[in-house]
Design a protein around this ligand. Structure first.
Ligand code: ADP
Ligand code: MG
Length: 215
């Protein structure tokens, strides 16, 4: 059992910077994954989106958590395009109202992420096993909630979530795509890791890195 960590604007901003850094570093890899089962733009899309997010946050730093998440979501919707823009945008937009103004604890963060992932499902109608970002996000969220319920603090709970997201990402390799562009390939989508599940695992791992630094 560890003490509950406080999440604030500065910490979420660190998470966003870490995610943007990892996305930029892996943009070519994500687009290569998309080349196999889509149109080779997932890395370009996400890199453009997260670069715009960091620029927007630096230009006019939001002062409370709901405003920060809203700004991230709106920037992603307007700059990413493709399937992933509205989906990632919805994730952050739905997280926004789950936070109070100043700080949040681990339970509040998990509740917000649950609302965000529910939003992704409402928007994209993906189910478990459809070979999408949901296949990384859903196990991550389950692991996060499970770890918190068993008394873990935010940092170890996020490490469990990151590991579950990475397993979920790897499990998409053997799945047949049923949503998005990759679904046009049917059986031929098997044998390739889903690009959106890969970027989503990066999002959760970036949270573990940023939020875990404090303990
Ligand atoms: P596009 O497919 O429009 O080119 P991207 O390449 O940026 O957009 O994103 C593709 C990713 O979006 C996929 O790898 C998948 O994870 C995710 N995705 C596509 N459709 C859906 C959906 N309906 N629900 C959840 N995720 C989806
Ligand atoms: Mg694409």
């Amino acid at each position: 059992m560890s003490t509950d960590q406080t999440i604030d604007v500065a910490l979420v901003t660190e998470w966003l910077r870490e995610f943007a850094r990892v996305i930029t570093e892996n943009a070519q890899y994500l687009s290569d994954l998309d080349a196999a089962i889509g149109d080779a733009d997932h890395g370009i899309n996400m890199d453009r989106g997260m670069t715009a997010v960091i620029a927007a946050v630096d230009e006019a730093p939001p002062t409370d958590l709901p405003a920060l998440f809203k700004k991230v979501g709106m920037t992603l919707v307007s700059s990413v395009g493709g399937a992933s823009g509205p989906l990632y945008g919805t994730l952050f937009l739905r997280m926004a109202p789950a936070f109070g103004a100043d700080t949040a604890g681990a339970a509040e963060f998990a509740k917000a992420l649950r609302a965000g992932v529910d939003g992704v499902v409402a928007r994209g109608r993906a189910e478990a096993g459809d070979k999408t970002m949901f296949d990384a996000l859903a196990p991550a969220l389950d692991a996060l909630e499970g770890a918190l319920a068993s008394g873990d603090g935010l940092a170890p709970a996020l490490r469990a979530a990151a590991s579950a997201a990475e397993q979920g990402r790897d499990a998409t390799e053997s799945m047949v795509a049923r949503k998005g562009r990759a679904s046009y390939l049917g059986q031929r989508s098997v044998g390739h890791i889903d690009p959106g599940a890969t970027s989503s695992a990066m999002l959760i791992t970036a949270a573990a890195t940023a939020f875990g630094a404090g303990g």
